[in-house]
Design a protein around this ligand. Structure first.
Ligand SMILES: C[S@@+](CC[C@H](N)C(=O)[O-])C[C@H]1O[C@@H](n2cnc3c(N)ncnc32)[C@H](O)[C@@H]1O
Length: 232
């Protein structure tokens, strides 16, 4: 068994890998937004989101680059990119409630972002959203992490993860990207080395974003990893 397989095997399926969980989360977040104006959770904190936005601003000069945020949740990454004057922004999520929340927030801020319901593990859905032109940039913060916790179909309450979902994900990334496209992923369940091992067969590593590190038992680790890959 490779290191990657060994570490993945230690994950158990969780409600974070279930669509009904996310539908419930975003139902509550829509109510909160309507009542209080709070846009809801920013996964892994503002600092991680800011680092991804800074990376895009430093590396993507074309303001009209076609940018996709997979599993966009409330759309906060795209809101920040719209404020940085990126014009061609799409957010997708398999939860229709997430898409509704993101759409409401974007409308309130008078910004232009397209939101679409998409299951990123469904090849037809991936092809439909990517279209012929495909995306110059694909972003993911926390979605691959959630997908890696998906229970096996038909055993939604079980602990066994659906490893097929984990294997399908990089294929969907490749099929969403234009020939020179870049993929920027932030994870808190996988180390940088594990992300490289998982994506390198499909994509080429082009950069790492530094996060605050911690030391435990003499080993320096990071709580959050952000890595950039290129298609070609
Ligand atoms: C941890 S949340 C991250 C949300 C957002 N990216 C952020 O950083 O705040 C994971 C997101 O992935 C979405 N998701 C999980 N599996 C998905 C799939 N197969 N296709 C599309 N979205 C998915 C969930 O609905 C949820 O919005």
């Amino acid at each position: 068994m490779s290191d990657d397989e060994g570490s993945a095997a230690s994950f158990e399926a969780s409600r974070l890998g279930r669509k009904d969980h996310w539908d419930g989360v975003y139902d509550r977040e829509i109510s909160n937004f309507v009542e209080t104006g709070d846009i809801g959770e920013i996964w892994f904190g503002e600092d991680s989101a800011n680092k991804m936005v800074e990376w895009v601003c430093r590396n993507i000069d074309n303001a009209d680059a076609r940018i996709l945020d997979v599993g966009c949740g409330n759309g906060h990454l795209l809101l920040s990119l719209a404020e940085e004057d990126y014009t061609d922004l799409t957010g997708t999520d398999y939860s229709a409630q997430a898409v509704e929340l993101a759409t409401r927030i974007t409308k309130q801020r008078d910004l232009e972002i397209t939101y679409v319901v998409q299951n990123f593990l469904d090849p037809e859905d991936v092809a439909r959203v990517a279209g012929e032109r495909k995306f110059d940039v694909v972003l993911d913060k926390g979605t691959y992490d959630a997908i890696c916790l998906k229970p096996k179909d038909g055993d939604e309450d079980g602990a066994e993860v659906d490893t097929g979902a984990r294997d399908m994900y990089p294929v969907s990334v490749v099929n969403s990207l234009s020939p020179d496209g870049v993929f920027l992923i932030t994870s808190c369940n996988w180390t940088e080395d594990e992300l490289v091992a998982r994506f390198a067969p499909h994509l080429t590593l082009v950069g790492r974003v530094k996060h605050r590190s911690f030391q435990f038992g003499g080993v320096i680790g990071q709580t959050v990893s952000t890595i950039a890959f290129k298609k070609s």
